[in-house]
Design a protein around this ligand. Structure first.
Ligand SMILES: [Zn+2]
Length: 83
């Protein structure tokens, strides 16, 4: 089962539960605009960029280039109560 450690130490799994509790499926407005009329949920899912939101620290990990490449990290601001 694939997983990685968030900066806060929380282990985030990229597989397992379906639907995944921390996974977001991000779609650009341009990609979304290519769909008109009936939307195929499976097709949208395939085009989406995977994002994981740490449930402990709210860090966002985005796989812009797919799961074969390391994710980019986005921190939730400068709130000192967070890691
Ligand atoms: Zn975290």
């Amino acid at each position: 089962m694939a997983k990685f450690l968030c900066l806060c130490g929380h282990a985030i799994r990229t597989s397992g539960e379906i639907p995944h509790p921390y996974q977001w499926n991000v779609l650009s407005d341009v990609d979304f605009d290519h769909h008109s009329g009936t939307v195929d949920a499976d097709e949208l899912y395939q085009q989406a960029t995977l994002m994981y939101r740490c449930p402990q620290s709210d860090h966002l990990w985005i796989y812009w280039r797919g799961l074969d490449h390391p994710p980019s990290l986005y921190s939730p601001g400068d709130d000192q109560t967070r890691v």
